[in-house]
Design a protein around this ligand. Sequence first.
Ligand SMILES: Cc1ncc(COP(=O)(O)O)c(C=O)c1O
Length: 367
Amino acid sequence: MQVTFYNFPKLHDEEFQKEILSRFHEIISTNAFVEGKWNAAFETEFAELQQAKHCLLLANGTDAIELALIAAGVKPGDKVGVQGISFYASAEAIVTVGAIPVFIDVLPESGLMDPASLERVLQKHNLKAIIPVHIYGQPADMPALEKICLPRGIKIIEDGAQSQGGFYENGKPIGSSNNITTFSFYPTKNLGAFGDAGGVTFNDDSLRQPLLSLRNHGRSPTGTLLVGRNSRCDHLQAAVLHLKLKTINHFNNERKKIAEKYYSALKGLPIRMVPEKYLHLSSWHLFPIGVESKELKYKLKDYLTQNGIGNALFYEKALPEEGPIAHYEGEREQSLLFAGQTLCLPMHPFLTDSDIETVASVLKKFF
Ligand SMILES: Cc1ncc(COP(=O)(O)O)c(C=O)c1O
């Protein structure tokens, strides 16, 4: 592969490995395997980064959505709106808490939740909550969604799995809002552990104890509060995440510079790129492009692979096309089109100018 999709060897270079191994030795020698000092340090510093009052680490990003739904008061049988473009877990979590997903369509230019579709869906469905996803790192249109939801008492869980270090349109960090925002720290994310990890940020003090209890078998300092689960984050993962916090801003800035370079290198090609207004807001977790049709997308995919350019389909299917959840109601037309047309190019902080030129020249030859 000439230009790889990710670059873990550069991310986990010798210096990083030295520091992380010394943290691991300390954890081994103190037997502090779960919820240790790096968990607490990460929670404090990640909350500061995202300008949220609280951060709690959890076992993974899917648990984060499930626990956020439960903490927001979603009960079995309630309906929860979710956009048609996301990772499967955004909808799966609704089902696993016993609620019913209702699909909200996406904006064709971004894959973000379409407020007009939400308005239409609300004419037919009584939603208890919605899950807008800051997909690819772009910010969802929170002012428009909150304007629809807040007067009706509809709770908002923001799926920020892909948006660590990204910003809303008002310039504040994603995760700083008065909703619960969920994060995944899966290894490929901008801020990734050495395995599974996730977390939530929120400002409402009254959510802290229920969420703490939910992640630890319902326990509280005064006894068992509720039926929870084990969603604690290992100390080893917290140690990795805390160390990576030092570089997240720098690496996100590198991603932004790369996105700008892609923008100018790919200008004029018959492709859809992320709307320009998100250039300085997105965390640039991924660099999606859209082409005219599904057939063309698969041809392009093959061509990129043959020419040594890493690429991936996020997402090959829209959520309403995923077998186990395809029967749920709602709107889906734009989501299906978007998934059909979208393919992601390499995006990581170590792409060089020559990598970008290589990707651009292969794309130009294809078109
Ligand atoms: C948008 C989105 N939501 C939820 C998740 C689930 O996170 P995890 O894999 O940590 O459970 C992911 C992770 O891939 C994601 O990208």
